[in-house]
Design a protein around this ligand. Structure first.
Ligand code: NAD
Length: 290
């Protein structure tokens, strides 16, 4: 397939390289990033899109996505599909899809989970929103870049699924961290705490698979000095997107709001930037009740 790939950063570069390795003709564009292996570079985003059957975007946020979409939609051949894999706000995703469809193109929002490791290994999970037909066109590419793609519904449904999942993840990580800090102060051994909780009703992915306490449970960023993994500022981004979506549809999300505030303080005032989001445990270890 002829593929345009715009946004070749930490995630986009390995995804584009995997598509090229699988035999697709990939023409890339980025304002700054170096050329991934096997990818031909274009001088502009529009040029990368001009002959593409599918254009994939992997960009920092909704504002940039909308600017890039305005440039490439008029350049894309009729019937081509614009597939945005960035994590952006639901409103931007829906607006871009409407603009693409109005121009006779297919549109899919397909944010990913799996991080930089998953992008390199081709094991990402895609959660997609858009028409059946557009989803079917892009599915063979999802199979190269990932191991699972769920068609969640209409335009914006992929972003909706992603931010709901990550809101649960952020809230659960905080709950796990504060419980470890409480257990410490109660004199409970962390391994005993893990043994009980990981097999009891308090179990969760954050406890069982990504334990924030070093030396406890399977290997996680906690065992590597909290090098990400999934950086706290990326968790903050997703929690803010969840709050923006909750505001848009008037949903009451008190735990999501509290999690967004805690990660904001952690990232902006407490040295959390650049550390894995499980380093939240160190925040609670260092604090008292007030
Ligand atoms: P990144 O900052 O490494 O890459 C973004 C790239 O977009 C950069 O290379 C930048 O130069 C390029 N760019 C910015 N504006 C552009 C423009 N107008 N035209 C062309 N290129 C432009 O970010 P990343 O870590 O690759 O993340 C990309 C997206 O994936 C984000 O939306 C992020 O939330 C999401 N995501 C990241 C992770 C992760 O672990 N890094 C995990 C899941 C989802």
């Amino acid at each position: 397939m002829n593929i345009g790939f715009i946004g070749l950063g930490n995630m986009g570069a390995p995804m584009a390289a995997n598509l090229a390795k699988a035999g697709h003709a990939v023409i890339g564009f980025d304002l700054a990033a170096p050329t991934p292996e096997g990818v031909a570079m274009a001088a502009t985003a529009a040029e990368a899109a001009r002959r593409a059957e599918v254009v994939i975007t992997m960009l920092p946020n909704g504002e940039i996505l909308e600017a890039v979409a305005a440039e490439i939609i008029p350049a894309m051949p009729p019937g081509a599909v614009l597939c945005d894999c960035s994590t952006v706000d639901v409103e931007s995703a829906r607006r871009v899809a409407a603009e693409a469809e109005a121009a006779g193109l297919g549109a899919i929002d397909a944010p990913v989970s799996g991080g930089v490791g998953g992008a390199g290994a081709g094991t990402l999970t895609f959660m997609a929103g858009g028409s059946e037909a557009a989803f079917a066109r892009v599915t063979p590419l999802f199979e190269v870049m990932g191991q699972k793609a769920v068609h969640c519904g209409a335009a914006g449904a992929g972003q909706s699924a992603k931010i709901c999942n990550n809101m649960i993840l952020g809230v659960t990580m905080i709950a796990t961290c504060e419980a470890f800090a409480l257990a410490d102060k109660l004199g409970l051994d962390r391994r005993k705490m893990y043994d009980v909780v990981s097999t009891s009703s308090g179990s969760s992915w954050t406890m069982n698979s990504y334990c924030p306490a070093p030396g406890v449970g399977p290997k996680s960023p906690a065992d590597n000095g909290y090098v990400p993994g999934f950086a706290s500022e990326l968790m903050l981004k997703d929690l803010r997107l969840a709050q923006a979506a909750a505001e848009m549809v008037d949903a009451d999300t008190p735990m999501g709001r509290a999690a967004a505030r805690l990660y904001e303080t952690f990232v902006e005032e407490e040295g959390g930037r650049g550390r894995d989001f499980s380093a939240m445990l160190t925040r609670f270890e260092a604090r008292h009740r007030t």
